[in-house]
Design a protein around this ligand. Structure first.
Ligand code: AMP
Length: 283
C-alpha cells in the first residue's frame, strides 16, 4: 500500500490505475479505524480493482465547541489495518493540503441539512459535502462506500451526487455493531467503562422501537415515548433527539404504515455524543 499526502500524488497513482482500466473504489474516513470502517474497505476490495482510503479529520465539519482537537488519531494502526485489508492507496492529507488559505467555496445541502443531526450541528453537513465533493474530484472514484451508521450523511451525499452530477455510485453498507449491540464509532473511545454500559441505551431504544412495530404499533409518538423511557433508565445519558422520518426525504412521519422509516437518535452519554439508527419497512 502506498501512503501519500498530496493531491498531486493521488491524481498520479489513481490516473495510472485508470489507464490500466482498473475500477476505482473509494472509502473516505476520519481515521481511528474500527470494524465499521473495515467492512467498507473489505467491500471496496471485493468490488473494485483499485481501492483508495482517505484518512482526514475534516475541520470544516466540526463546530467551534466540538471535538476536532481531541478527535482520536491512530494513524500507525490505521495504516497497518488498511494495508492488511488490501487498500492500494492511502491518502492522508494535511488540512492545508485540502483547504487553501483563501478557500471560499462550499457545498451546502439545503433542506436535508435542517433535519436530525443538522439541527444541533449547524454547518456540519456543509463541511461534509464540501470535503466529500473535493475528495470525489481528487480521487474520481467509480464507487464510494459509506456506512448506514451515519444515515443522514448517506442520504445527503446521495442527493449531492445527483444534484452536482458526480459520476460516482454510492454503496451504503450496514452498521457494524459490538457483540452487545453498540454501534461501532471512533468516539466510543471517549467512554468510561460505566458510560460504555449506559451507551447501550441507544441500541436498546431501537430494539424497543422495532419490537413495538412488530406488535403492530404504527404511532410515531408512542414509539418515541417508549424509546425515551429506555434512555431515561441510564444515569449518564441525555437525549438530543429521537426521530421517526421517511428514510429518503428525512421528513417526520406520524403514522408509520406504508413508509420506509428511518428511526434515528442522538444521545449524549456523559460528554460524548453518540448516534444510531435503524430502517424499518413498515406495512
Ligand atoms: P468516520 O471515520 O466516522 O467519518 O466514518 C467513515 C465512514 O465509515 C462513514 O461512511 C461512516 O458511516 C462509516 N462508519 C462509521 N462507523 C460505522 C459502523 N459502525 N458501521 C458501518 N460503517 C461505519
Amino acid at each position: 500500500m502506498l501512503v501519500v499526502q498530496t493531491i498531486a500524488e493521488v491524481r498520479k497513482f489513481v490516473g495510472e490505475a485508470r489507464e490500466s482500466r482498473k475500477s476505482v473504489g473509494f472509502v473516505p474516513t476520519m481515521g481511528a479505524l474500527h470494524e465499521g470502517h473495515a467492512s467498507l474497505i473489505r467491500r471496496a476490495v471485493e468490488r473494485c480493482d483499485y481501492v483508495v482510503l482517505s484518512v482526514f479529520v475534516n475541520p470544516t465539519q466540526f463546530g467551534p465547541s466540538e471535538d476536532l482537537a481531541k478527535y482520536p488519531r491512530t494513524f500507525d494502526a490505521d495504516r497497518q489495518l488498511a494495508d492488511r485489508l488490501g487498500v492500494d492507496l492511502c491518502f492522508a492529507p494535511s488540512a492545508s493540503e485540502m483547504y487553501a488559505a483563501n478557500c471560499s467555496t462550499y457545498v451546502v445541502p439545503e433542506g436535508l441539512q435542517d433535519a436530525l443531526c443538522g439541527r444541533s450541528r449547524p454547518g456540519h453537513f456543509r463541511g461534509v459535502c464540501t470535503v466529500v465533493a473535493k475528495l470525489f474530484n481528487i480521487v474520481r472514484p467509480d464507487v464510494a462506500f459509506f456506512g448506514q451508521k451515519d444515515a443522514q450523511q448517506a442520504v445527503i451525499v446521495q442527493r449531492m451526487i445527483e444534484d452536482l452530477n458526480f459520476a460516482v455510485e454510492l454503496e451504503v453498507l450496514p452498521t457494524v455493531r459490538e457483540p452487545d449491540g453498540l454501534a461501532m464509532s471512533s468516539r466510543n473511545a471517549y467512554l468510561s467503562p460505566a458510560q460504555r454500559q449506559d451507551a447501550l441505551c441507544l441500541f436498546h431504544a431501537l430494539q424497543a422501537a422495532f419490537a413495538a412495530i412488530t406488535r403492530a404499533q404504527r404511532d410515531a409518538a408512542a414509539i418515541r415515548a417508549q424509546m425515551q423511557q429506555a434512555i431515561a433508565a441510564m444515569p449518564s445519558a441525555r437525549v438530543e433527539y429521537i426521530e421517526l422520518v421517511d428514510a429518503a426525504t428525512l421528513k417526520p412521519v406520524t403514522g408509520l404504515a406504508g413508509h420506509h422509516v428511518l428511526i434515528a437518535l442522538a444521545v449524549h452519554v456523559g460528554a460524548t455524543r453518540l448516534i444510531d439508527n435503524i430502517v424499518v419497512d413498515v406495512t
